[in-house]
Design a protein around this ligand. Structure first.
Ligand code: PMV
Length: 308
């Protein structure tokens, strides 16, 4: 039997714009998904059929990287589903890790590449930020050209992303969850349609790319006030791209009096927001008073871990 685990993630800056090749910054978070795999006489996942649509990522991962006999897979996850915290990336990375561990040594870069292909196939369009952050752990900066901390490059058609390890100071992040699960694929497709017809949306994508690089520099020099301002602006621009939700705006407004900044995270359309704060309890209470569920997350240094 093999076992693998991989973390969820929080996109700090740059979601959606990254799909167009703009920079984005994400951190792995201390909520993990674990997958166990063992040989069995029929395919089973959590005791059910692999054909169930809720296992689309697992099934695609199996199809892409397992040629052997049937397996019994068990998944345990602390990451809430469909709320922008990278549950699909983590289950994909952990599944690929568990399959790889049955076959030999596990290479996080190879798993990150395969996991990107799985997400791309299931979602129809994707960037490698979620899957590479889950595979590597810590914080990951995506940009076009390779620079300090370079990890690997991933390409798709004419788009190219260079993934980097980013050093960030420890920060306090409070996540507020709307409880509304919105599928990433249609949101990503909606942004593409908007960018194709509306120059303001195309300009928003470019500005988000600049914000990401400014935001990284602000975090690295521990200028949380500036980082927070940039988060607030990024949130506005994500609304211009049409991926906001009234509840996200409500939670962001509720958090701001006790936070440096707040924005939606991940695909949007529901899902989650987060705040950068040195008053996490006050922010948590404010989001809960506004009707959300809220919790504190920390950067997770560990990425994919797998053992036979
Ligand atoms: O699926 P989520 O909520 O973790 O968000 C993915 C981030 C996007 O930029 C919206 C899509 C992508 O593939 O980068």
């Amino acid at each position: 039997m093999s076992r693998a685990s991989a973390p969820g993630k929080l996109i700090l800056f740059g979601e959606h714009a990254v799909v167009f090749g703009e920079p984005a910054l994400a951190t792995a978070i201390d909520l993990r998904t674990e997958v166990f795999a063992r040989l069995h006489d029929e395919w089973l996942v959590d005791g059910a059929s692999l054909k169930d649509t809720k296992y689309a990522y697992v099934r695609r991962a199996v199809d892409s990287s397992w040629k052997g006999p049937p397996l019994w897979l068990e998944i345990r996850s602390m990451i809430p589903l469909g709320c922008g915290l990278g549950s699909s990336a983590a289950v994909t990375v952990a599944t690929l890790g568990a399959l790889a561990a049955l076959q030999g040594p596990v290479d996080p870069e190879a798993v990150a590449r395969a996991a990107f292909e799985v997400e791309h196939a299931v979602q129809g369009r994707a960037s490698p930020i979620d899957t590479s952050t889950s595979a590597h752990g810590a914080a990951v900066l995506v940009r076009r050209a390779a620079g300090d901390g370079f990890l690997w490059t991933i390409e798709k058609g004419d788009r190219r992303w260079s993934l980097h390890h980013a050093s960030l100071p420890g920060v306090r992040l409070v996540v507020g969850n709307t409880g509304i699960a919105a599928a990433t694929g249609p949101l990503v497709a909606g942004v593409k349609a908007r960018v194709d017809r509306d120059p303001r949306a195309a300009a928003a994508v470019a500005e988000i790319g600049e914000i990401t690089l400014d935001g990284l520099r602000a975090l690295q020099r521990r200028d949380l006030v500036r980082a927070g301002e940039l988060m607030d602006r990024d949130h506005e621009l994500l609304n211009v791209l049409g991926v906001g939700h009234p509840l996200l705006d409500k939670f962001v407004e509720a958090a701001r009096p006790h936070a440096f900044g707040a924005k939606l995270t991940g695909a949007g359309g529901g899902g989650s927001m987060f705040a950068l704060t040195d008053e996490p309890e006050e922010v948590r209470a404010a989001i809960e008073a506004a009707g959300g569920s809220a919790f504190l997350v920390e950067t997770e240094p560990r990425g994919l871990e797998a053992s036979p």
